[in-house]
Design a protein around this ligand. Structure first.
Ligand SMILES: Cc1cc2nc3c(=O)[nH]c(=O)nc-3n(C[C@H](O)[C@H](O)[C@H](O)COP(=O)(O)O)c2cc1C
Length: 216
C-alpha cells in the first residue's frame, strides 16, 4: 500500500477477529521493525510474541486494573481522552487475553543511547532507540491488513512481566503491541492537530506554514 496512506491510517485497532496471524506474516513485520533507527546502531530491541492463552490471560489480569485506573481518572477529569478512546480501550482491556498476538517489546537497557540521562528531568531519548522500530512494525502490519495498538500500561508491571516471560535482568520492557486481524474496518482518517499548530520557523511560536495551508 502507499506509504503515506499507511502512515495516515495506522490508528489504534482495539477489536480483533480471533484468527491467528501466520508466522510468515509475523516475520515480515519484524523484518520491517529491525530497520528502525537506533542510537549507535546498537540494536537493543527484542520482541516476545505471546500467543499462549495462559500467558495472555495473566497479562490481561495485570493490564485491566491499570486501564480501569485510567477510566476512573477520566471520570474525575484527571485524564484527557476522547469518549471513543475510553470505550474502545475499555472493551480491549476487558478482552485483552483474547487478542491473537501480544508483542512484548523489550530493550537491553545498557545498549540504549541516553543522551539526556543527566538532565534534571525524566529521560526520553532512550526510547528513541525503540519506538521507531515499533512504528515500523505497526506500519508493516497495516500493510498486511492487520490492526495494532501500542500499549504501555504493562510496563508498570515490569517485574511480574519479566518473571512470567523469562526476560533477563539486563532488559527492560518498553511496550506491548496488541496485534491481529481487525474485526471492524480500519480507520480512513485519524484525528490529529494540524501542522500549523506544531511546526515553527527558526523560533518557537513563529508559524512556518500559514493557517490556510493547514492539512487537516
Ligand atoms: C506511549 C503510548 C502509550 C499508549 N498506551 C496505550 C494503552 O496502554 N492502552 C491503549 O488502549 N492504548 C494505548 N495507546 C494508544 C493511544 O491511545 C492511541 O495511539 C491514541 O489514542 C491515538 O489513537 P488513533 O491513532 O486511533 O487516533 C498508547 C499510545 C502511545 C503512543
Amino acid at each position: 500500500m502507499d506509504l503515506i496512506e499507511a502512515i495516515k491510517t495506522t490508528g489504534a485497532c482495539r477489536y480483533f477477529r480471533p484468527d491467528p496471524v501466520p508466522d510468515d506474516v509475523l516475520e515480515l513485520l519484524f523484518d520491517a521493525a529491525r530497520f528502525g533507527p537506533q542510537g549507535g546502531n546498537r540494536q537493543p530491541v527484542r520482541y516476545i510474541v505471546v500467543r499462549d492463552p495462559a500467558l495472555k490471560k495473566q497479562l490481561a489480569e495485570w493490564y485491566l486494573p491499570y486501564w480501569n485506573r485510567i477510566v476512573d481518572m477520566a471520570a474525575r477529569g484527571e485524564y484527557r481522552g476522547s469518549a471513543r478512546l475510553l470505550s474502545d480501550g475499555t472493551q480491549m482491556a476487558n478482552h485483552f487475553g483474547e487478542i491473537p498476538v501480544l508483542v512484548v517489546v523489550c530493550a537491553v537497557l545498557g545498549d540504549l543511547a541516553r543522551t539526556d540521562a543527566e538532565l534534571d528531568r525524566p529521560g526520553i531519548v532512550g526510547g528513541a532507540s525503540v519506538y521507531p522500530s515499533v512504528q515500523n512494525l505497526m506500519l508493516a502490519a497495516r500493510n498486511e491488513g492487520l490492526g495494532t495498538t501500542l500499549t504501555t500500561l504493562l510496563c508498570a508491571a515490569e517485574p511480574q512481566v519479566k518473571e512470567l516471560l523469562g526476560i533477563p535482568p539486563e532488559l527492560i520492557t518498553c511496550a506491548t503491541i496488541a496485534l491481529g486481524y481487525p474485526e471492524r474496518p480500519l480507520p480512513t482518517k485519524l484525528s490529529r492537530a494540524p501542522v500549523t499548530a506544531m511546526v515553527f520557523s527558526d523560533r518557537y511560536g513563529a508559524p512556518l506554514f500559514p493557517p490556510e495551508t493547514a492539512m487537516t
